[in-house]
Design a protein around this ligand. Structure first.
Ligand code: BEZ
Ligand code: FE
Length: 276
């Protein structure tokens, strides 16, 4: 047993861990206390600075509701979301890479037929996206489900403009055909800003960072017997491709959006990893 002092701080807290706590919980709490105290010892905050930190964390919680998740934004903009994702999806060479889910996914997107448009507001020039879903060896995965979503031609998700955009605008659930092929119509995505009107906006400002995400289309691709893939496709040449506010870009996910008569065309093939 040690009384609390600057020198014994970590041990003083860890001594209070009961012998019968779950072993994984013990591992996590032990590391958390070590790193938290290490951070405080490194930074040596003034009382005022620590008070500010508590206020900041409080504001982060207070702005959250069922539509706004500031903690996820914080995790995203500090690179933690991508780190957790990387640790959990060490994919074999060849399987399509993961990236962040983001806060704008909505369950229950409408099932659409191959070739349908997800653009319900009529804004923007048509863009045809097509590709094939296969396993790592290139065998087609017939019936794979592709849940896709993106911002509209004004750069907003439908859930950010309720009443202004049609419900489920720019969202669709597609089923790959016998050959694993899929295609749908959308508009070429645009770069957009993550929400900056909360504590995360102040954090980015303080670091002199912008809040932009390069243009992208979100995908969740699933099929029985395969690991579900959460990813995006990004647009070649996007001005924010090297400075995504949430660190989501991977080179293998950058796709050419070719100009064609009156619109665009892009191709994105997906390789799913077999479940062990
Ligand atoms: C998104 O791409 O929808 C997103 C991802 C992370 C933070 C904010 C938005
Ligand atoms: Fe997005």
């Amino acid at each position: 047993m040690s009384y609390f002092s600057e020198e014994t701080s970590v041990q003083a807290v860890l001594d209070r861990l009961s012998d019968d706590v779950d072993s994984r919980f013990r591992e996590i709490v032990t590391s958390f206390i070590k790193h938290l105290h290490g951070f405080v010892k490194d930074v040596e905050p003034t009382m005022a600075e620590w008070g500010q930190a508590i206020k900041y964390l409080t504001a982060m919680g207070q702005i959250c509701d069922d539509k706004r998740q500031e903690w996820v934004l914080f995790s995203d903009t500090t690179g933690v979301s991508m780190l957790v994702d990387a640790i959990n999806h060490r994919r074999p060479d060849g399987a399509t890479e993961n990236t962040v889910l983001g806060p704008f996914h909505v369950g229950g997107a409408p099932e659409r037929a191959l070739g349908d448009s997800i653009c319900l507001d009529g804004k923007g020039a048509p863009c045809v996206v097509s590709g094939r879903v296969t396993d790592e060896d290139g065998n087609p995965i017939a019936g794979a489900k592709l849940d896709v979503w993106q911002t509209n031609d004004d750069g907003f998700y439908d859930v950010q403009q309720p009443g202004e955009q049609p419900d489920m605008n720019m969202r669709g659930l597609f089923t790959a055909d016998e050959d694993g092929s899929y295609n749908y119509v959308t508009v070429k995505p645009l770069p957009y800003s993550i929400p900056t009107d909360g504590p995360v906006g102040r954090f980015l400002d303080g670091m002199g960072r912008h809040a932009m995400r390069p243009a992208h289309i979100h995908y969740i691709v699933s099929a029985p017997g395969y690991e579900t893939l959460v990813t995006h496709i990004f647009v070649t040449g996007d001005p924010y491709i090297e400075s995504d506010a949430v660190f989501g870009v991977k080179e293998s996910l950058i796709v050419d959006f070719e100009e064609v008569d009156g619109g665009h065309r892009a191709r994105f093939d997906v390789k799913l990893k077999k479940l062990d």
